[in-house]
Design a protein around this ligand. Structure first.
Ligand code: TMP
Length: 237
């Protein structure tokens, strides 16, 4: 009998309760969606890859002073996480222009910014996660001024750590999305850090090593997730 009690099911992950109310089980699915669920598919092995990659990156960040909801990786597809209350603001950090930034502002792809750009999006699927600024966050009381400052500061620190790490394995960290939660009054990095939520371009070849292979039908989708899992694990463990 499956006794796991489902708390929440998203597009790529399921959260289950555990015996400890402070801890949840985060299960990574092979399901993939893009463009707000308009494009749907299955990427065999994505759940294992994203769970392994996220676990390793949360460990790396913790070693470098950035705490997160990550508790432990307990199986191929599952990690234990702290039961945080997710702040409905997604932070995107961009080092190189691509994606929605190029569409929105009509600029070319591949511009390396002198300073990273931090963007805020309202986490609401029905509204298609609209771009917002600090004033919107404060006016809608999604987070306090202090919380927003902590999230932005942590996002930039995560960027510095991950950029250096990926650089050391021959990959440019182009951009990524982070989510944060509240746990006993503290802001904690949450969700996942994986090829679903980051863009990785191989240095030299410029090969895309992330979910854009699925979004843009570039092929070798499964192989790419497994390759990223292995390249990261080789360096970290
Ligand atoms: P964007 O260029 O499409 O706005 O994406 C910016 C970054 O955010 C990219 O690394 C992919 C990630 N992302 C998500 O994690 N979830 C999403 O729903 C979207 C649209 C992007």
């Amino acid at each position: 009998m499956n006794t796991k009690q489902k708390l929440y099911e998203g597009k790529a992950k399921i959260l289950y309760k555990t015996a400890d109310p402070e801890v949840l089980l985060q299960y990574f699915k092979d399901d993939a969606t893009a463009f707000d669920g308009v494009k749907k598919g299955t990427i065999i092995g994505k759940g294992v890859a994203n769970n392994t990659i996220s676990s390793n990156l949360f460990r790396l960040l913790r070693e470098q002073g950035i705490d997160s909801h990550f508790v432990d990786k307990i199986s191929d597809n599952e990690m234990l996480v702290k039961n945080v209350d997710i702040v409905p603001v997604e932070l995107v950090v961009r080092n190189i222009s691509t994606g929605s930034l190029c569409r929105r502002y009509g600029i070319n792809e591949g511009i390396v910014f002198g300073e990273p750009i931090v963007e805020l999006y309202y986490k609401d699927d029905e509204l298609h996660d609209p771009l917002m600024n600090d004033d919107h966050v404060l006016a809608m009381e999604l987070a306090s001024r202090e919380e927003l400052a902590v999230m932005k500061d942590q996002a930039l620190r995560v960027n510095a750590i991950l950029r250096e790490f990926f650089d050391s394995i021959g990959i440019n960290l182009v951009d990524f999305k982070l989510e944060f939660g509240r746990f006993h009054g503290q802001i904690l990095l949450a969700d996942e850090i994986s090829p679903d939520t980051c863009r990785f371009w191989e240095k030299g070849s410029m090969r895309k090593l992330d979910k854009d292979r699925f979004r843009q039908d570039l092929g070798d989708v499964e192989k790419t997730y497994t390759e990223m899992m292995q390249r990261i694990a080789e360096k970290i463990s």
